[in-house]
Ligand binder design. Structure first.
Ligand code: NAD
Length: 282
């Protein structure tokens, strides 16, 4: 019989995640059985640090792997036996694969976004890009942007220290690019300079409505990509579209991080278009 797979998602408030149905449906469409369980530390009354016990427990229970999300993506690092070069560079893991006796950490957030950008904005100019938001998603996006050929990256965050740390870390890894700090309090100057804006703060999420920059600053030929995907059409993207800017929503990143993780868990090649269509039907 074809092998079956057992995987899970560890994080806080992961109950409503769309990742489980994406994996299960893609496996079924490939003629395989895959069960995807959420392991919600909030429901379990566990602290974020408990990821250090949940990962080895899942391995013993026969899981093929785990996705790891907020607030555990960095806390999981010490219990892993190895990291891919990209995950080590980003300093965060969203996918753990149990391979024989060992637990290897991967990061498919960055590769998911890189695929989404290549697919959704293939011709977007990449010389000068502003990244707004230097948290967990921002770190993966910065890596993806530099791998995708961005030459000058300005990292901006309300927390200037955080922006500085990320810019410094990324700059060291990509010495041919110019990576600096952007002033989050001066979006007019930043966006007058930039060809593209990549947004990775929580502003615009269903429970955090709003727009992170004044809409009148969103003017073509600026392109705008949002990491937020609930809702898909954020106020930022709506304003950018109304003004005529090319846009990219956060759905592609969410789907392609799942597609890349699915490939790692199962060894199968996912049908990325089918996963995207399924996501949009959820
Ligand atoms: P985080 O809390 O780790 O980081 C958010 C950062 O934004 C913080 O550094 C904070 O200081 C900064 N910030 C908040 N408001 C700001 C503002 N108005 N201007 C400038 N900076 C501001 O959060 P995260 O885990 O990085 O997630 C950020 C967003 O990315 C969330 O909306 C999340 O849903 C989204 N995300 C999407 C995907 C996907 O697959 N599409 C994956 C991961 C995260």
């Amino acid at each position: 019989a074809a092998p079956s797979y057992l995987v899970g998602l560890v994080g806080a408030g992961v109950g409503p995640s769309l990742t489980p149905p994406m994996h299960e449906r893609e496996a079924a469409a490939s003629g395989r059985r895959l069960i995807y369980r959420t392991i919600d530390i909030t429901d379990l009354g566990l602290p974020a640090e408990s990821v250090a016990e949940l990962v080895p427990a899942a391995r013993r229970l026969g899981f093929n792997g785990l996705n790891i999300t907020h607030p555990c993506k960095q806390l999981v690092l010490p219990v892993l036996d190895g990291l891919t070069a990209d995950a080590a560079a980003i300093g965060a893991v969203n996918t753990v694969v149990f391979d024989g006796g060992s637990a290897i950490g991967h990061n498919t957030d960055w590769s998911g976004f890189a695929s989404s950008l290549a697919r959704g904005l293939p011709h977007a100019p990449r010389d000068r890009v502003v990244l707004l938001g230097a948290g967990g998603a921002g770190a993966a996006l910065a890596h993806a942007l530099l791998v995708s050929g961005v030459r000058e990256l300005a990292v901006a965050d309300l927390d200037a220290e955080r922006a500085g740390e990320l810019a410094e870390r990324v700059g060291r890894r990509f010495p041919d690019a110019a990576v600096g700090i952007g002033d989050a309090a001066a979006p007019d100057r930043l966006l007058a300079w930039a060809e593209g804006l990549v947004h990775a703060t929580p502003v615009g999420m269903a429970h955090h409505p709003g727009i992170p920059v004044p809409p009148e600053l969103l003017r073509p030929p600026l392109w705008v990509a949002d990491a937020v995907y609930r809702p898909l059409r954020t106020e930022l993207l709506r304003s950018a579209e109304q003004n005529g800017c090319p846009t990219l929503d956060g759905g592609g990143m969410a789907v392609f991080q799942a597609a890349d993780a699915f490939g790692l868990f199962t060894g199968l090649i996912p049908d990325r278009g089918r996963m995207l269509a399924h996501f949009h039907s959820l």
